[in-house]
Design a protein around this ligand. Sequence first.
Ligand code: AMP
Length: 397
Amino acid sequence: MKTLTDFSFKGKRALIRVDFNVPFNANKEVTDATRMEAALPTVNYILENGGSVVLMSHLGRPSDGYEADFSLSHIVPKLSELLGREVEFAGDCIGDKAFSVTNRLSAGKIVLLENLRFYNEEKKGNSSFAEKLSGHGDIYVNDAFGTAHRAHASTSIIAGFFEGNSCFGKLMQSELDSIRRVMKNSAKPFTAIIGGAKVSSKISIIQNLMDKLDNLIIGGGMSYTFIKAMGGKVGNSLVEDDYLEEAKAILDVAEEKGVRILIPEDSMIADDFKNNAKRKIVDSSEIQEGWMGLDIGPKATEQYSKCIEESKTILWNGPMGVFEMDNFQSGTKKIAYSVVSATERGAYSLVGGGDSVAAINKYELKEHVSYVSTGGGALLELIEGKELPGVAAIENH
Ligand code: AMP
């Protein structure tokens, strides 16, 4: 893996693809700077080693052409504050104005290019657009894990114009190290906790994990497709009838490969999809019409916690219930604390992909697990066993 330490940045301009697709309030102030903070170690390393930095990113989904709402100029104050240095805004990403700024960069300077998606060539992976962008730097650094699963001009095609001069940034490096540790070098027992709303969005992940796992813990809305597939009564719980056969096939494969599958024995059910709905705890395969499972029950929680706490490698994707509602968060919260306990006992824990990250943040446990991924789709594709265009591009050039 080619990383920052393979290059000397002294007197060089590093063109860094970052993921600064951040949320704003109505005054166009950044409301969550996590993605910007994640890129700081890479930027600071290059500056400390005598280089200058040209940053490029996308922001939101502009249609095609300039739209003030999606201008990256809005993030300049926050970025300067985080870096403790002035950041110059280039105003465009491929026009003469932008090149006039990046052509005269001296060591220690930072320039931010305008939103790449103001040119639809970016998403199309257009080669001449990528070539133009490449004129902004001497070394290409990809630190945008969140968009590494896209074959866009700035995330993948551009590496071809930096033959021998491209590498991963520190964020990319730690994301890739973390997922490889789980998928390729997992200490046993290896347990995956897969939850969330739907089986359909998790099926390829589960299939690819089957050869590696010791335990597969299923939670959240997707449990009820498995329970129905096994002949249980699930009432009005979320079920994907089109996936009953897939669910059965997973149960069969698990048996064949000796993977222990844990499906919630009991559930916290509700008579409405509301926090203040009537609630009760029942056997998960005995849910009456008019009721729906919105969280795992206490027996399932205890069984899951024990399994997690005995594990040496843990991958967690997806909540155990509708944790956004306080009355249905108990299972997810207890599972989060079990992942923390296992980590304290020496297990390696990776939490990633959308709502399990939201859950870990809700309980302020981010610092107590081994790694929290910044990538949603990119992480899920790696777990599915796919090669990411943004990763392949660096490895091939
Ligand atoms: P996903 O994006 O597929 O990981 O799903 C996350 C969403 O699943 C969260 O918004 C949860 O509220 C929701 N969810 C979890 N458990 C259930 C459930 N039992 N019934 C309906 N939705 C659920």
